[in-house]
Ligand binder design. Structure first.
Ligand code: ATP
Ligand SMILES: O=c1ccn([C@@H]2O[C@H](COP(=O)(O)O)[C@@H](O)[C@H]2O)c(=O)[nH]1
Length: 235
């Protein structure tokens, strides 16, 4: 018995590089694909948005003299690369996946529409929705929130490399305390940056709960779906 019928899974691009420092680590990619395949076999309708931080982020480009809009477009293309890699890894697990792109670029992927993505989900195909929102100055957290709301997902699962939301960034503050649950209002008042503010607002305004959990630990995705108490729920 699974807890959710339709989900939107946000994967971190940065996690996809494993210990390499750049690009895609095949071991990590295949581990993600195995975890997702388990879910699909349980009948969970699965939409996915992947970040691009393992390849390029627009903001870091501006520091090197890139035009911000061009840099963001490069970042969005990075998410397409990650999405293609994931679709290929899922195919190796005998899972049907369709890559949608927010920027038109057939035959690399199908141009995204809510209807096409929902149709894929209803057929039991994984809908990997890439190229962010298609617009600069956003992030893939915001794209995830947007696609979750559009595709009527019950929850956004933010699979990341920390095991939940903390009172401060746990990668910087060893004394940070983990929350089991936290309201969106408290995320604002405590200025917690597990997602950017645009994404947080979109989730809050549309009553979309977010579960933050460690995706790099094998088996965690299934635990989330079978109702085990891991991660932090933001409501
Ligand atoms: N209060 C907090 N609680 C937990 N994590 C936090 C907090 N504040 C900042 N973080 C950071 O947020 C990161 C998770 O964000 P995310 O998974 O989106 O990573 P990313 O590097 O932005 O990936 P992407 O490549 O998708 O952009 C964690 O690695 C953690 O360091
Ligand atoms: O809607 C969007 C989403 C993303 N971008 C750009 O892509 C990179 C990679 O995404 P991350 O969320 O940081 O992993 C991001 O830094 C932006 O430059 C975008 O412009 N619009």
């Amino acid at each position: 018995m699974v807890k959710y019928k339709r989900i939107l899974l946000k994967l971190s691009g940065e996690s996809l590089m494993g210990n390499q420092g750049y690009g895609i680590d095949e071991t990590r990619l295949n581990e993600y694909a195995e975890q997702i395949a388990e879910l699909v076999k349980l009948g969970v309708q699965t939409g996915i948005v992947i970040g691009g931080g393992n390849i390029f982020r627009g903001l870091s480009g501006t520091g090197k003299g890139f035009d911000r809009v061009k840099g963001d477009q490069m970042g969005m293309l990075a998410t397409v690369i990650n999405s293609l890699a994931l679709s290929s890894a899922l195919k190796n697990q005998n899972i049907q996946a369709r890559v949608f792109t927010a920027i038109r670029m057939e035959p690399v992927g199908e141009y995204y529409s809510k209807e096409k993505a929902i149709e894929a989900l209803q057929k039991g195909e994984v809908a990997i929705i890439s190229a962010g929102t298609g617009n600069p100055y956003f992030t893939t957290d915001t794209a995830s929130a947007l696609r979750a709301v559009e595709t009527e997902a019950e929850i956004m699962l933010k699979g990341t490399r920390v095991d939940g939301v903390y009172s401060a960034d746990p990668e910087k503050d060893p004394d940070a305390q983990k929350f089991d649950k936290i309201s969106f209002a408290e995320v604002y008042t405590r200025n917690l940056r597990i997602m950017d503010l645009t994404a947080t607002t979109l989730c809050q305004e549309n009553n979309l709960p977010v579960l933050v959990f460690n995706m790099d630990q094998k088996g965690n995705l299934k635990k989330v779906l079978t109702g085990e108490n891991i991660g932090t729920i933001v409501y």
